[in-house]
Write a protein that binds this ligand. Structure first.
Ligand code: ZN
Length: 239
């Protein structure tokens, strides 16, 4: 996250996110005529909270999370910030593209859990069908194998797998490489339904393409705000 300046008004529990962008003028084009409106959100925030106790918050690196895709202009995202003692979750939201971005402070920490892993069954099925069906393997056999793959992956603990070092299009989805051990497990299951020769063909294809995006496992991160020592139920608890 780029360096931004966060100020919290302790009395109003209001947040100002003050980056250089906030001081840029706004340009509007009305029927070919440009108008420029000078903006200074920082001055406006400081004026609104004149005489109040203010403190600076540090954004906690890499804490941002959202269910929306990157670049999605509306919706909500969350990140953490601290004043050195207390931790806060900052909810950043925008209801429509024409609205300014809003910020809300929620005392607490973001708690993340990675939920079940999956593979993209449809895409894998299509790829295997193109490679082997109908001459070498029937579509039914391929379906059975892909089902074993999905069931094996959904039972895996993400901690067993190597995480892919890049992020996808959505900050709440993490990707993992499947490895030889996973192929062995898929193979074991597939032998119960298919003949050895057919399984070997599909195993070989899977082993050759383990580094391909197609065979990566994806896990969604579910997150909620854990209020620090606060017994009051929060409307922001689960996302
Ligand atoms: Zn204030």
């Amino acid at each position: 996250m780029t360096k931004k300046h966060l100020i919290r008004c302790i009395e109003c529990s209001e947040l100002g996110l003050l980056s250089p962008v906030d001081q840029s003028p706004e340009y509007d084009n009305d029927q070919g005529e440009w108008s420029v409106t000078e903006r200074d959100d920082k001055a406006a925030f400081l004026e609104r909270h004149q005489g109040h106790r203010l403190e600076e918050l540090q954004i906690i690196e890499d804490s941002a999370i959202s269910h929306e895709d990157y670049g999605e202009p509306v919706g909500a995202s969350y990140f953490e910030a601290t004043n050195g003692q207390e931790r806060f979750v900052v909810k950043r939201f925008r209801k429509s593209v024409s609205d300014p971005q809003g910020y809300e402070l929620i005392p607490g920490k973001l708690h993340r859990t990675l939920v079940e892993l999956h593979v993209d069954e449809r895409a894998i099925l299509k790829e295997l069908e193109e490679a082997f069906s109908p001459r070498r393997l029937s579509l039914d056999k391929i379906r059975v194998y892909v089902k074993q793959l999905e069931e094996t992956v959904s039972a895996l603990d993400p901690g067993e797998l190597e995480a892919v070092p890049f992020e996808g299009h959505n900050p709440s989805v993490r990707y993992f490489y499947l490895d030889e051990g996973v192929v062995d497990r898929v193979s074991e299951r597939a032998f119960q339904h298919l003949c050895r020769a057919d399984v070997k063909i599909l195993d070989a294809f899977l082993r050759e393409n383990l580094a391909d995006d197609l065979f990566m496992a994806a896990g969604r991160i579910r997150f909620r705000v854990d209020s620090d020592g606060c017994n009051q139920p929060s409307k922001h608890r689960a996302f």
